[in-house]
Write a protein that binds this ligand. Structure first.
Ligand code: C5P
Length: 232
């Protein structure tokens, strides 16, 4: 499985997204489409970006009863995305149903990645709102192991957690890591950051990079710098 840089296309609409993607006249980057863009533009934006030759991580974080998730995943696999995700909190039954729904008649399917605890959830909110009293890092690792047990391909995690996830779930279990910043860049609202080179060193399989590329005056050069640090 190849290491790659995924650009988070956190744009409000199709026009901005295509203006951004038009700049990439060489290699077509792997892109992440999130809820904002998908809900604004619908599945057509996925078909159009795919038709331009990009791989797509559709970051919709599904969480519902197993039957509903299974049917929704079948729709996403027909959209021909390359990676999608669900909440591990939906249980092993939901994760298994998602895999079934994603699998195409020929046996192929997009990669399926689990979200463990969102980074916006801290120990206090997990205890107060979810009544989970274990230390949050143990909860994250437990969710990762349950995702591996269900047959998923990997998890979204901080680059700082990639090593631990690989130790617990195997080297082949994919880690997809946001929170990446250049050494000379602005961390912005990301608290625990790593450079692309450090993420490579620690064994992340994919890095998800948004503003360090989308907010740069020369996004193509910023993307190339990420690829050079992380992949080459
Ligand atoms: O602009 P930036 O590089 O911070 O973008 C990171 C991307 O990864 C955003 O789309 C953000 O929603 C996503 N993400 C994250 N932290 C998580 C999960 C997803 O930053 N724990």
């Amino acid at each position: 499985m190849g290491k790659d840089v995924i650009i988070a296309c956190d744009f409000a609409g199709a026009e901005q997204t295509f203006a951004f993607l038009d700049k990439f006249t060489g290699k077509k980057p792997f892109v992440k489409i999130g809820m904002e863009l998908f809900y604004a533009e619908g599945p057509e934006i996925v078909r159009q970006i795919k038709a331009r030759g990009h791989k797509i991580f559709l970051d919709l974080k599904l969480h519902d009863i197993p039957n509903t998730v299974k049917k929704a995943m079948a729709v996403l696999s027909r959209l021909d995305v390359d990676m999608c995700n669900i909440h591990a909190a939906g249980t092993v039954a939901m994760m298994k149903a998602a895999l079934e729904g994603l699998t195409r008649p020929d046996g192929s399917r997009p990669l399926l990645i689990a979200v463990t605890q969102l980074t916006s959830t801290d120990q206090q909110s997990m205890e107060e709102d979810l009544l989970i009293h274990q230390p949050i890092d143990q909860v994250v690792m437990h969710y990762a192991r349950r995702a591996a047990f269900a047959g998923l391909d990997g998890v979204v995690c901080s680059p700082l957690e990639s090593g631990k996830v690989h130790d617990a779930c195997g080297k082949g279990f994919v880690t997809v890591t946001p929170g990446v910043r250049f050494a000379d860049g602005d961390a912005g609202d990301q608290k625990r950051v790593m450079t692309p080179a450090q993420a490579k060193e620690i064994g992340s399989d994919y890095i998800v990079v948004g503003r360090p590329i989308t907010g740069d005056a020369d996004p193509v050069a910023a993307y190339a710098r990420c690829v050079q640090e992380f992949v080459d």
